[in-house]
Design a protein around this ligand. Structure first.
Ligand SMILES: Cc1cc2nc3c(=O)[nH]c(=O)nc-3n(C[C@H](O)[C@H](O)[C@H](O)COP(=O)(O)OP(=O)(O)OC[C@H]3O[C@@H](n4cnc5c(N)ncnc54)[C@H](O)[C@@H]3O)c2cc1C
Ligand code: FES
Ligand code: FES
Length: 487
């Protein structure tokens, strides 16, 4: 067995004797790095945020902020992280440390009172500070974009961090005051080199294992030999199961660094998105090329969660309230499934078979998602949730319509939260297709949409509310389109 090791604040250390399910948060705190805090242990508060060196989008390495409470430290074998303690520069003996620029701005502008949330805010803020394309994307001079500072700071970088006592204005002031990293800044320099390469991991303690293979072929062979294994990518779902529901697996197999699951290719007739790319990576690499996904991403959890969450994991849970399935159904996506016998392509519309059930066989994983081209031109993703950001959907509706010369030529509508599985709104699609895009058509189709699915009452919303929201979503789309305005 190869010893698992991790570099924390520049120092390499063994992971042993942590259990395979031990989170990065618990590992750090047990080693005395208690700046990293536990607030919720389920990805909701950001008190545990740390920086990980990951493959960059615009530079070889990006410093990415993630929730240390959600993923196992064994998943970081061979990797490199920085905690709030590692951001300041220690002084010579007898002299104080030099604060990091984001720490200094938080201190100067009163961004910290009790301080419990502060290290998490500092790490999320530092990730945005080092985002290579941040400077140069300032808010418009008229201040129309309240979510971006004059220094290009995107406040959504802090959407996964909660503060209970300071209030957010001083924190925002600090975020909008940070400048650009200097050429001498060691973490800025670190971005110019590649991140650590993935390493094969065989980590075991007390009969439980955490395994990582180098290639897809080795991984699917391992899954054939170990049908009991749980596969994980970003661990944003699995980490909650471990922490809150005390789930323990005898064998966990990591997929997140497999290169075969991390490609994004634009072909003549489709776009293929690797199942283990994070949502942040997809968002930045597509850069608006799939407008329906561009609408989805900001509504999907927080930046901290999107820095870990993958499409493979969102589809792998089979949840009826996952946000990507409605959008991918409207885009008529298919899934590339892989096992030791090879690959097969399954339309997403045929993938789900029941509540958290799918056609995926034991030992089979999702390698990629394929979206056919060309894309429909009128699209919208409407997520109805109790909070505007960082909340689970009560209902999600995705539209992809082709409206030509005032007539709906094609309609694809995906729904989440209104049945045991994500579904297509087939009756509504039929009510729209071939008809003029007028108020009459929309109102009639909205009544059909309202009756789609079999919504239930639960703690998020009543069945009646869910149905009403379905109908409203089409009326909202209609109001948003110039075609409907002119009809
Ligand atoms: C605070 C918080 C907020 C959230 N908000 C949202 C939200 O707004 N919308 C939403 O839809 N979800 C949300 N989620 C749920 C979660 O983030 C997503 O489902 C995410 O996409 C899971 O991806 P992952 O890589 O982290 O999955 P993991 O946790 O690694 O895995 C999840 C499941 O999928 C399986 N799996 C993973 N990868 C594959 C693969 N390639 N092939 C087959 N199976 C696979 C695993 O075995 C596991 O059963 C939230 C979660 C948290 C903690
Ligand atoms: S402890 Fe709350 S997000 Fe990790
Ligand atoms: S400073 Fe107290 S919770 Fe933020």
């Amino acid at each position: 067995m190869v010893a698992a090791r991790i570099t924390v604040n520049g120092k390499e250390t063994s992971i042993s004797p942590a259990a395979p399910h031990t989170t990065v948060l618990d590992f750090l705190r047990e080693r005395g790095l208690t700046g990293t805090k536990e607030g919720c242990a389920e990805g909701e508060c950001g008190a545990c945020s740390v920086l990980v060196a990951r493959p960059g989008v615009n530079k070889p390495t990006d410093w990415v902020a993630v929730n240390a409470c959600l993923f196992p430290v064994a998943a970081l074998d061979g990797q490199e992280i920085v905690t709030s303690e590692g951001l300041a520069t220690p002084g010579d003996p007898g002299t104080p440390s030099t604060l990091h620029p984001v720490q200094e701005e938080m201190a100067l502008r009163g961004g910290s009172q009790c301080g419990y949330c502060t290290p998490g805010f500092i790490c999320s803020m530092a990730a945005e500070y080092y985002r290579p394309d941040r400077c140069g994307h300032a808010a418009p001079a008229d201040g129309a974009d309240a979510e971006h500072g004059p220094n290009g700071f995107d406040l959504h970088a802090l959407s996964g961090n909660l503060c209970r006592c300071t209030g957010y204005r001083p924190i925002r002031d600090a975020a909008f005051a940070v400048g650009a990293p200097t050429d001498e800044d060691p973490l800025a320099q670190r971005r110019e080199q590649s991140p650590p390469a993935p390493v094969a991991t065989e980590y075991a303690q007390d009969g439980k294992e955490f395994l990582r293979r180098n290639t897809l072929a080795e991984t699917v062979q391992l899954l054939r030999e170990r049908p009991d294994a749980v596969v994980v990518a970003g661990s944003t779902d699995w980490g909650v199961e471990v922490n809150i529901r005390s789930r323990r697996a005898d064998c966990v197999v990591a997929l997140d660094r497999l290169s075969e699951l991390r490609e994004l290719r634009v072909e003549a007739d489709h776009i293929e998105i690797g199942a283990a790319l994070t949502l942040t990576e997809i968002e930045r690499r597509l850069d608006g090329r799939v407008p329906l996904l561009a609408q989805l991403f900001p509504q999907f959890a927080s930046r901290l969660i999107r820095n870990g969450a993958t499409l493979g994991g969102n589809l792998g849970t089979g949840s009826p309230i996952g946000d990507s399935p409605p959008a991918l159904l409207a885009l008529e996506a298919s899934l590339v499934l892989a096992d030791a016998d090879g690959e097969r392509e399954v339309p997403l519309a045929e993938y789900f078979t029941g509540y958290r059930q799918s056609v995926r066989r034991p030992g089979e994983l999702i390698r990629a998602v394929r979206i056919p081209l060309p894309l429909s031109t009128t699209v919208a993703f409407h997520k109805i949730a109790k909070r505007r950001f960082d909340d689970i959907s009560s209902v999600a509706v995705a539209f992809a319509l082709d409206i030509e010369d005032g007539t709906v030529r094609k309609a694809r509508i995906g729904l989440g939260g209104v049945a045991a599985t994500p579904i297509r709104a087939l009756a509504t699609e039929a009510a729209l297709e071939g008809n003029p895009w007028t108020a009459e058509t929309v109102e009639a189709a909205a009544r059909v949409l309202q009756a789609e699915g079999t919504p239930m009452d639960d703690h998020r919303a009543s069945a009646a509310y869910r149905s009403a929201m379905l109908g409203q979503s089409l009326l909202k789309l209609s109001a948003q389109t110039t075609e409907a305005v002119s009809s």
